[in-house]
Structure formats: structure tokens, C-alpha cells
Design a protein around this ligand. Structure first.
Ligand SMILES: O=C(O)CCC(=O)C(=O)O
Ligand SMILES: [Fe+2]
Length: 335
């Protein structure tokens, strides 16, 4: 069980590759242009439009890596690029309140939003973190055991928002600060590595609509209490040899004995193939949420203003697909 086992899985130097210093400088200058002038509200359509245009001017190696990843997210379904501009000296104290989000344009928010626009369009859910497009992932006092990104106990494997008709296609994180002990690890496990470990019987059950996934606790207690009409769904769907995943160990309930056994088998396959990313400031992580689950190891926050701080943005490759959920054709799914 991920909650209790110590983290013994492979620990990798997080970044697949590092941005050259000159390219990091170019990113920073471009990001800064998004922090000045009119429309500095991250959530405004005008600012997102500026970020979308600015994406085209990012250094070629970054754009190329992101666009290649968009075509094929590789064996791990993750892309980690180090060396993005995060001005440590200028960084304020790590926020330590529930629901903290980044409404005002900053260099990290600009980087995240530009990359989101390279992958597709940014996306947020009104019920989660007040629908902000750039959200803080920070430990919050009193929330240590909360099963969401405000906690500091282990966070079990999940895809984002598998309960929703329109889950994000990608989740993008930027590390602004590591935790004091550099113990916190983002854990990822991709179906392309886990699938060969599954038995035929297990796969059959995971492809059957015998699971219910409810909203995670980050959507609030009312949402997590369950919607009476949630449809049973499969955990795996699509191509038998390269399926999509929708599940969260915390909120996916198997409905049959074979589904129970298969979900446990799936969890073991994820554990066996998991990678642990110990992120350092300036590391950008793109997770292909269709084929990769993620979670986090435990760590010890101090609440001294220098705790671990990631920022997160969701991305959809096709904003149009969810038009009936988005008032005024904005980026926020209202239901
Ligand atoms: O803290 C982490 O590394 C990941 C937390 C998480 O699952 C999330 O913010 O979606
Ligand atoms: Fe997550």
C-alpha cells in the first residue's frame, strides 16, 4: 500500500535535460514582458492570449521538446526540463494557506502558461482552488494528513480528475522551492511500463466498467461525498496495447470482486514501475495525465516561509470539447 510502504523505488535526478543558461535567460526576459503592462491577471483571457503569443518566441529547444512530447509522451509519460528561470532571491515566502493560487503574473506563472499554450490551452475547475489557472502546491499547517496537495503525508497514485467528463490531458508543474530536507519526491508511473506486468485477467477487469471514481477531497467535502448518479467506468480504456488511465487510489471504488483484485494488481504494477522525481527549483514537469498516474512521498514542512513550493496548471488539448461546461467560452469548467 503506498500509504505505508517506505519509498524504495528508483530515485532519479529529476530533469531529463537542462535548458542552456542562454536559453534560460531568454525565457526569463520573455516571461518578464508578461509581468508588465496592462492585463497582468493570470486568469484574464487577455493575459492568456499574451502568453499564447509569447510561447512562439520561447527558445527552440524548449518548444521542440514540448511539441514532441505532445505527439508522443514516451515510456514514462513525463517530461522534466531543468533550469527554467525561477528567481530565488525575488521569491516571496512560500504561501501556507489553504486554496492558495497565483492570480498575478509572475515569471513562473508566465512560464507555466506559455508551456500550457504550447501543449494546448490552460484549464481549471471552478470547484477546485477557486478555478485559478495557476495554483500553488504547498504544505498547509494543520493539513498534514489531508489527501491532497496541501498535505505532507504520502499522496497515493492518481490521474487528475478522472471523475469528470473532461479531465485535463496534461498536468504541468514548476518547482519554485524544494523542501528543506530534499525528501519530497513526486512519484510517477506510466501505463507503458506497468501494462506488461498485468495479467490477462487483470487487464480484462480494468477495461470493464466496474469502477466508480468520485471527486477528490480538493473539490471540497460536498463533492467528495459523492454524486448519486456517477456512472461506473473502466480504469483502462482505448487501445489494448497502449490504453488511457482514469483512476485515483483514494477515490476509485471497485464494484466487483474481480475489479477489486485488478485494482490491487494495477497498484502493484504502478509501485513496481514508479519513478521518484526529487524536484529542484526551475524543474518543469509535464505529466501526460491520460497515461500516467502521479503521487508524492511524505516530507516534513517547517512552515517557516521556505517550504516546498510547486505551481501547477492543467492543460486540455481541445478546449472546444468542453464548451458546454465553460461559461463565456473561458478556461474554467463551471461544473
Ligand atoms: O506534491 C506533489 O508533488 C504532487 C501533488 C499532486 O498530486 C498535485 O498537485 O496534483
Ligand atoms: Fe495530483
Amino acid at each position: 500500500m503506498p500509504e505505508t510502504t517506505p519509498d524504495t523505488t528508483q530515485s532519479t535526478a529529476a530533469a531529463d535535460w537542462e535548458l542552456a543558461p542562454a536559453d534560460a535567460g531568454a525565457c526569463e526576459r520573455l516571461a518578464r514582458t508578461l509581468c508588465t503592462g496592462a492585463h497582468q491577471q493570470v486568469d484574464s483571457a487577455e493575459w492568456v492570449a499574451r502568453a499564447r503569443d509569447a510561447w512562439e518566441e520561447l527558445p527552440l529547444p524548449l518548444r521542440r521538446a514540448v511539441r514532441r512530447f505532445r505527439r508522443h509522451s514516451g515510456p514514462h509519460g513525463t517530461l522534466v526540463i531543468g533550469g527554467l528561470p525561477v528567481d530565488q532571491a525575488a521569491l516571496p515566502a512560500t504561501p501556507a494557506v489553504l486554496g492558495s493560487v497565483q492570480r498575478r503574473a509572475t515569471v513562473p506563472a508566465a512560464m507555466l502558461t506559455m508551456v500550457a499554450c504550447g501543449l494546448g490551452e490552460p484549464l481549471a475547475y471552478l470547484a477546485e482552488k477557486s478555478g485559478a489557472l495557476v495554483q500553488d502546491v504547498v504544505p498547509v499547517p494543520g493539513q498534514e494528513t489531508f489527501h491532497g496537495n496541501a498535505g505532507s503525508v504520502p499522496l497515493s497514485f492518481h490521474t487528475e480528475n478522472g471523475f469528470h467528463p473532461h479531465p485535463p490531458d496534461y498536468v504541468v508543474f514548476l518547482c519554485l522551492r524544494a523542501d528543506h530536507d530534499q525528501a519530497a519526491g513526486m512519484r510517477t508511473a506510466g501505463i507503458r511500463r506497468a501494462l506488461p506486468l498485468l495479467t490477462t485477467v487483470g487487464r480484462q477487469a480494468l477495461f470493464a466498467p466496474e469502477f466508480i471514481t468520485t471527486p477528490p477531497p480538493s473539490f471540497g467535502a460536498d463533492a467528495a461525498a459523492g454524486e448519486p448518479d456517477v456512472e461506473p467506468r473502466p480504469v483502462l480504456s482505448g487501445a489494448a496495447e497502449d490504453p488511457d488511465i482514469r483512476m485515483a487510489q483514494l477515490v476509485t471504488t471497485p464494484l466487483t470482486p474481480r475489479a477489486t483484485a485488478a485494482l490491487a494488481e494495477f497498484g502493484r504494477a504502478c509501485e513496481a514501475t514508479a519513478r521518484t522525481l526529487r524536484l529542484t527549483p526551475g524543474d518543469l514537469v509535464v505529466i501526460d495525465n491520460r497515461v500516467t498516474v502521479h503521487g508524492r512521498t511524505a516530507f516534513h514542512p517547517r512552515y517557516d516561509g521556505a517550504d516546498r513550493w510547486l505551481q501547477r496548471t492543467y492543460v486540455t488539448t481541445d478546449l472546444r470539447r468542453s464548451r458546454d461546461h465553460r461559461p463565456h467560452d473561458g478556461h474554467i469548467l463551471a461544473r
